[in-house]
Design a protein around this ligand. Structure first.
Ligand code: ADP
Length: 476
């Protein structure tokens, strides 16, 4: 079973190289062989034609002088060459040969010479009659032209041949060379694939060991990123993931710590007052009622905290299904503010609507958007003086609808603005007017709901002048 990346790469590389070498070796030797034999064949034909011409000339002239002169010409040619030559008559009998006496008088088979006697030049390669070893052989007809009858007469043939063992040897050497070359390339490929697989597997190994550490709850792991390729990007993304997970785990821990803290404070206070009541330790006779009121307030505060937490977790985990639909913004804003009548009138807050004419319908869950508005208006009330004005605005912005809640309250310091959306973040407890202490979850719920609507939240604030909270919704 092939396991490691190195082994896998090696096997593939080797297979590829072997295939390439085989193809290369076959095609190179084939081409070389062909080229060699074609060249040799042409050379043999030329030689054969030359010899046939001399013999034909002699036969045509047919006198003593020509015969002697032709013989010496043939001898001269034969002395200059390594190839073996036979001269046959029209019956296929070897009449002359430079390859030794043993061939003289031998009879070639009729079929073997039939073609050449018809006046064609013939080339043969491989096993030929009389020879053990394969040869390259060409046959050229000795033809005489009859100038009167205008016919061509074949009087015999010239055979030129040579064993092909030489060329086979060369081809074998070529093959050997290719094999050596292949082994060299193979060795090189082992080195390259080793380096290559190392460069891939090193970051992968460190990612894998980092992942195991993370499974053990250790998030202080980072993978070294050196390359800019896919592996490098994977390592980079992994580091980003680790960072995110680390942040999440930290946030979770902080969350639990915050919840515990938020619950313990009222509990401690409640316990103190109940103990005082039980032990009868109080300043005057009005104290028991006052203590009970404080206990009630604390219980209310705990109740608000638990309700907000439940809301947030239900929205986050998707338990609350958002019923998205088309709705009328003006109608929703007016109804929601109407439902807050008692809070607003208690402090004599003046709510002013500034709504764009014929505003487009919005897309979302009107109940949840109503909750967002309540949280924002409540904050405005909490952080403004009695009798202050609160503006509710709505207008279209391209494909969006922006809804704003502006107050002329305390405002928020600039360095706090980016944190107020975080859970349990309270700017300054002393700033709120204390009747209803916040849980620090209101804006986190707002952000979560608007995120789920694919909208954005925004805040602008000037300390001492007021704040403008806004969010966007998609048009229907
Ligand atoms: P809380 O329940 O404490 O109001 P929020 O998440 O609604 O929690 O708000 C977070 C903090 O942002 C508040 O503690 C408050 O300090 C600040 N804040 C929110 N709205 C306003 C506002 N309209 N004016 C001034 N400060 C505000």
């Amino acid at each position: 079973m092939i396991q490691s990346l190195f082994e896998k790469l090696m096997v593939r590389f080797t297979a590829l190289i072997v295939i390439i070498l085989l193809v290369l070796s076959f095609s190179v030797t084939y081409l070389f062989e062909n080229y060699y034999f074609e060249a040799k064949k042409d050379e043999f034909f030329t030689l054969g034609q030359k010899l046939a011409a001399i013999v034909a000339d002699t036969l045509a002239k047919g006198n003593y002088f020509y015969t002697v002169s032709a013989m010496s010409q043939v001898d001269m040619v034969l002395q200059m060459i390594d190839e073996k030559v036979w001269f046959t008559d029209t019956e296929g009998m070897i009449k002359a040969a430079n390859a030794g006496e043993k061939w003289l008088g031998m009879q070639l088979q009729k079929e073997a010479i039939a073609q050449v006697l018809r006046g064609n030049m013939v080339a043969m390669r491989g096993k030929v009659e009389f020879f053990e070893e394969p040869v390259l052989m060409v046959a050229v007809p000795i033809s005489i032209q009859d100038p009167i009858a205008r016919t061509i007469r074949v009087e015999g043939a010239v055979f030129v041949y040579s064993p092909i063992a030489g060329i086979v040897g060369i081809i074998q050497k070529l093959r050997q060379l290719l094999i050596f070359l292949g082994l060299g390339v193979l060795a090189l490929s082992v080195i390259i694939s080793y380096q290559f697989s190392k460069s891939i597997s090193k970051p992968l190994k460190s990612i894998s060991s980092a992942a195991i550490k993370m499974a053990d709850g250790k998030y202080d792991v980072q993978v070294d990123v050196t390359s800019k390729d896919e592996i490098g990007r994977l390592a980079e993304n992994f580091n980003f993931l680790v960072k995110k997970l680390e942040d999440n785990v930290r946030m979770q821990r902080e969350f639990v710590a915050n919840v515990s803290h938020e619950l313990r404070t009222p509990l401690t206070s409640i316990r103190g007052y109940i103990k005082a009541l039980r032990d009868g330790v109080y300043e005057d006779e009005d104290s028991p009622t006052e203590y009970c009121n404080i206990v009630m307030d604390e219980v209310d505060r705990m109740n608000r905290l638990v309700t907000d937490l439940l809301d947030l977790s239900k929205i986050e985990s998707g338990i609350i299904a958002f019923k998205l639909r088309e709705f009328d913004v003006e109608d929703l804003l007016k109804r929601t503010i109407g439902s807050m009548g008692s809070i607003l009138s208690k402090g004599n807050y003046q709510v002013e609507f500034q709504l764009q004419d014929s505003l487009a319908q919005a897309w979302g869950d009107p109940d949840r958007i109503g909750q967002v508005l309540i949280n924002l208006v409540r904050n405005a009330v909490k952080h403004s003086e009695y009798g202050s004005r609160i503006w509710i605005r709505a207008r279209e912005e391209h494909k969006l609808i922006r809804i704003e809640v502006e107050d002329e309250g305390t405002g928020i310091p600039e360095n706090e603005l980016e944190h107020i959306w975080n859970r349990f973040h309270k700017v300054d407890k002393a700033r709120t007017r204390g009747e209803e202490e916040g849980t620090g979850l209101g804006l986190a719920i707002v952000k979560e709901i608007i995120d789920r609507h694919e909208g954005t939240v925004d805040v602008k604030s000037v300390v001492g002048e007021g704040s403008v909270f806004s969010f966007t919704l998609q048009k229907a």
